[in-house]
Design a protein around this ligand. Sequence first.
Ligand SMILES: Cc1ncc(COP(=O)(O)O)c(C=O)c1O
Length: 454
Amino acid sequence: MTMWLPNLEGRRGPVYRRIADAIDEEVQRGTLRAGARLPPHRDMADHLGVTVTTVTRAYTEAARRGLISGHVGRGTFIRGHELEGESTGGGPIDLSINILMPDKEVAALEPRMFQRRVLSWTELLGYVPTPGHRRHRQAMAEWLAMTGTPASPDRIVLTMGAQHALLVALMATVKPGDTVLTEELTYSGMKDLGAQLHVKFRGIAMDAEGMRVDALEAACRSTKARILYCMPRLQNPTSAVMSERRRRQVAALAEKYRLTVIEDDVYGFLSPERSSLSALIPDRTIFATSVSKSLFPGIRLGCVVGSPAMVEKLTAAVWTTTICVPPISGDLLCGWMEDGTAARILEWKRHEVAARQGMAKRLLDGYRAQTHPSSPHMWLHLPARWTTDAFAAEMRSRGVIVNASTAFSVGDEGAPRAIRLCLGTPRTRAGLEQALARIAEALAGRTMAARAVV
Ligand SMILES: Cc1ncc(COP(=O)(O)O)c(C=O)c1O
């Protein structure tokens, strides 16, 4: 059996890190699969002409990144992922949650987490003003500018993620029984909020650019609704992106019918359209976003941006629901903005999403999919012989979890025969490839290919 050896050519940094980087890369590529055995320390040291201590350090680093595990007497092995059964033939591969975790950055961040602080520990462990500490709102403003939506810190109110941002936006604008206009396929979390707050949704017909202007105007006339919720940049679930022309038309209608627009921009950082709807009608918009998709969801940091009058109402809603956002989250953002981590992760995500989109395009070639080269998800139309629920169940039995269209549809038309696939959830491209291959097999009506046992 040939021994796997890392290729260190062209890598920079200390040798131990170069070895760990090589392992990392091969795991991402899928050439080193879960269960694969790495060479014993001494063998690798001899072949690379380095000391055993260097190899031990490299393996320790790879273990810290979650790539390998060692068993005394049995050797060192590539780890499987708990989150998905990829490569191990184990649990299901989940394509139902929009998340893209930069594992390498996480590993690099771990040892220096909280080393760089803007506020003192006393401040971090106390309450801060409800809209957020000034320094944290400033960092958020810089982050928004980097992702296409410059905003003054005075207009920013921090929230615990975008779900909370949407909640406070609704609290500030609607009362039970009101109607909210939205794309006919919309974010399921917004539907959940509407149900809690007893508001009704009216779905607006869509085309390739998102909501249609004629349908929006008709709904404004017939419902007298005053609130519009939409996602102009990389809509969830369809990935539609509004052109500048469409944004201007929607903005004009918002002025004409005196709508308040809740603009959800969580995927805007990936969008080729660099500007938001809120840039056209800042005083009519509550701009809602978070760093969940662009950086990490676990720090639960987001914001709403509004007119000065709206900021007061939004602040009251944040106070009611949480008093203030944990300042530790804002401090982390400050540190990552300052030391370049945020910019690096942004770049990595843009690159990784594009690569995964390329893979999806290749593997699902020939099927009707709505997406965008820079979108983290894909809306896949199913052939007529499938119902959505039957296909989702079939995929579950093949070890892949997908979202059925019912989660997103609004209105009486009935959900289309389609599913949403989140391309970022599998931790490796190899995992995604496996999931997409299984979907293609099911669409083609093929039985499951025999899976290798490792
Ligand atoms: C369109 C949209 N808005 C808001 C959210 C909520 O994001 P957060 O995790 O920041 O609460 C999501 C999460 O998937 C989303 O897809």
